[in-house]
Write a protein that binds this ligand. Structure first.
Ligand code: SAM
Length: 208
């Protein structure tokens, strides 16, 4: 998977490559899909949600430019696979998921890998804002669901020099954006690939 899908597509951050070699992806998918866990595609994880294609996971992670010291926020824990990579590559991870059974399963997977630097939060109440205000600012924020626009509540939680990676577009097709808060506090925007994520649900997203 790593050589054929990640390195061959120009992911060059050695730490991201090593983390992907280290974290077993099959434990994060349902048993019925375990044989497909290393294939070049997203897979269902139950509750009408998906674990993202390995290449997109690698690309988003690389764009966060983690060095090991960062405090990271993830919106959309899902299976916990992306969370496990973040926990391997950063100092502390805060991850929010709106579907309780997914969050509980992700917790078990993360514990089985002894990744204890992750705090999970279940955001299942109607109208709860995304983000994690009490723990802000974050050096890196990743949103793993498609948003209709860049949520200001998230750019407000970016530290100086921090990066937000988020798919933005319609509920079926998005552009992967990286927003950086520079040392003067200004936001800089960069757009990369087209992608297709399940929708971000809630106040800053789409209706359930
Ligand atoms: N990163 C995940 C992985 O590695 O398995 C994939 C995440 S999946 C594509 C998107 C997740 O975002 C879903 O589990 C969905 O329930 C969650 N989600 C959608 N809207 C959310 C919100 N407002 N807050 C938290 N999680 C949300």
């Amino acid at each position: 998977m790593v050589q054929d899908q990640i390195v061959s597509r120009d992911i060059s951050d050695r730490r991201v490559i090593d983390a992907m070699l280290k974290i077993p992806r099959h434990i994060f998918v349902q048993e019925a899909f375990a044989a497909q866990a290393y294939n070049d595609k997203s897979l269902p994880i139950g509750e009408k949600q998906t674990i993202s294609q390995p290449y997109i996971v690698a690309l988003m992670t690389e764009k966060l430019a983690l060095t090991g010291t960062e405090k990271v926020l993830e919106i959309g824990t899902g299976s916990g696979y992306q969370t496990a990579l973040l926990a391997t590559l950063a100092d502390r991870v805060y991850s929010a998921e709106r579907i309780r059974p997914l969050a509980l399963r992700a917790r078990k997977c993360l514990d089985s890998l002894k990744l204890f630097n992750v705090q999970l939060r279940i955001n299942d109440s109607e109208g709860s804002p995304i983000g994690w205000e009490e723990e802000a600012p974050f050096d890196a924020i990743i949103v793993t669901a498609g948003a209709p626009a860049i949520p200001e509540v998230l750019t407000d939680q970016l530290a100086l020099g921090g990066r937000l990676v988020i798919p933005v577009g319609t509920d079926s097709n998005q552009q992967l954006l990286t927003i950086t808060r520079n040392s003067d506090g200004e936001l800089q925007y960069d757009s990369s690939v087209e992608c297709r994520f399940v929708p971000l649900i809630g106040k800053q997203g789409w209706q359930a």
